[in-house]
Write a protein that binds this ligand. Structure first.
Ligand code: NDP
Ligand code: HSE
Length: 433
């Protein structure tokens, strides 16, 4: 008789490790019933096994040594949940070398070092699964790799960082201070070990790297992603956006344009009547358009112990099916052979919001609009608030569609003018012209 179930070892008993262990222990019955076989949590390694993690674990499964998981011949699946590049990469490569399948939530590692990991896994004939790496509990990897396999992808855009969405939501709805809300997100277990990854768009770019590779067959291209975070957004910009009928959201965008793929992460003004503008707090939402299916939308919690644990356990069960029933699924991440190249950010087109800090003097607006006109940037509307003969006042301009490199050149020229007191804040604007 063949194998009747699978044994799992987790390395990293933090936020996601705890959620994963809780689900495997508390939902063991329902998982076994649905899967048709038991999934047994055999070991959990963490460098601190004395801390109370808030869940009772069976005696003898905790260990302070990752090697106890990696070298245990009874463990079929190693779940890497320590995060970061090293030693996480070394753990995964050692697991693969030992013939074990791997499940990970580590988007930073996959986006930057994934090529080595998938190559090693292919060579050894094991799977590396990563549903939890993008959008927490939303099964977006399965959607792209399986559910929408029939489609040429038109575009993907979404909110895929829970921490920054939590911050923007509270700044908008409660006028809360950025730093206070970031602390809350950290306490809730949403933020990365280094929270600058969340607020500077790096975590979103890691995830977009993975999504774009799955969607367009391009190699993992983290360095090519244009990245801007939310740290420059002020309460003043949020107030202007509200007045104009928009929400500010940190969006990940990839779309196919003329055989090229855009890869960009930046705060974006989204019209209030777009569903994505209503995604609040830690929730994520991803809009995926395929040429056959049309528009589809996926929504759920993007971070936290249990939602992310849900995605990790789904991968464990899928991998267990492979182990018990044979075959090996492709990761969906390809190293080469895509029909697409990556579009330079300068060639991207968008509508824009500019907040100039301009001295309130006669002729200022005409000087600014003159430069915008010189670079083919057409103004849709202008708001100026307040009056001051001596200091600067905010001058807000919304544009029609313009080219990114024209905007960069125009803003550089405008910011060099003596009547402009501070760096201009530029946001891209989604919506219809
Ligand atoms: P945590 O920091 O909460 O957990 C990581 C755990 O691993 C900690 O207990 C840490 O110990 C331990 N650890 C670190 N190094 C080692 C080592 N060498 N050997 C054994 N244990 C080690 O992180 P998260 O659970 O939040 O994140 C884990 C992974 O999941 C990351 O890749 C993250 O990006 C990803 N992720 C996180 C989500 C979330 O909502 N938090 C959602 C989706 C993905 P110590 O505390 O001492 O450092
Ligand atoms: N720090 C990440 C976020 C965790 O806030 O979305 C989920 O990947």
């Amino acid at each position: 008789m063949g194998k009747q179930g699978v044994n799992v070892g987790i390395i990293g008993f933090g936020t996601v490790g705890t959620g994963t262990a809780r689900i495997l222990l508390e939902n063991a019955g329902v998982i076994a019933k649905r899967a048709g076989f038991p999934v047994v949590l055999k070991k959990i390694a963490d460098r601190d096994i004395t801390r109370d993690r808030g869940i009772p674990v069976p005696e003898g499964i905790l260990t302070a040594h990752a090697d106890d998981v990696l070298n245990d011949p009874d463990i079929d699946i190693v779940v890497e949940l320590v995060g970061g590049i090293h030693p996480a990469k070394d753990f995964i490569l050692q697991a693969i070398a030992n013939g074990k399948h791997v499940v990970t939530a580590n988007k930073a590692l996959l986006a930057t070092e994934g090529a080595d990991i998938f190559a090693a896994a292919d060579q050894k004939g094991v799977e590396v699964c990563f549903e939890a790496a993008v959008a927490g509990g939303i099964p977006i990897i399965k959607v792209l790799r399986e559910g929408l396999i029939a489609n040429n992808m038109v575009s993907i855009f979404g909110i895929i960082n829970g921490t920054s969405n939590y911050i923007l939501t509270k700044m908008t709805a409660e006028k809360a201070e950025f730093a206070d809300v970031l602390k809350e997100a950290q306490a809730l277990g949403y933020a990365e070990a280094d929270p600058t990854f969340d607020i500077e768009g790096i975590d979103t770019a890691h995830k977009l790297t993975i999504l774009a590779s799955l969607a367009y067959g391009i190699p993992l291209s983290f360095d090519a992603v244009y990245k801007e975070g939310i740290t420059k957004i002020t309460s003043e910009d949020i107030a202007f956006a509200t007045e104009l009928g928009y929400k500010i959201k940190l969006l990940a965008i990839t779309r196919a344009v003329d055989g090229q793929v855009e890869l960009r992460v930046h705060p974006t003004m989204v019209p209030n009547d777009y569903l994505i503008s209503k995604i609040d707090g830690v929730f994520n939402a991803i809009y995926v358009e395929g040429d056959a299916v049309g528009a589809t939308l996926y929504y759920g919690r993007g971070a936290g112990d249990m939602p992310t644990g849900s995605a990790v356990v789904a991968d464990i069960v899928d991998t267990a099916r492979t182990i018990l029933h044979g075959g090996k699924r492709s990761s969906g991440i390809s190293g080469s052979g895509s029909a697409y190249t990556i579009r330079q950010m300068g060639d991207v087109e968008s509508m824009y919001y500019f907040r100039f800090s301009a001295l309130d003097q006669p002729g200022t607006l005409s000087k600014i609009s003159g430069i915008l006109g010189k670079y083919n940037i057409s103004i849709a509307s202008v708001i100026q608030k307040g009056r001051s003969a001596s200091s600067s006042v905010p001058l807000v301009v919304l544009t029609h569609t313009a080219k990114e490199k024209d905007v960069a050149n125009a803003i550089a020229e405008i910011d060099a003018m003596p009547v402009v007191a501070d760096k201009t804040l530029v946001l891209r604007v989604e919506g219809k012209e």
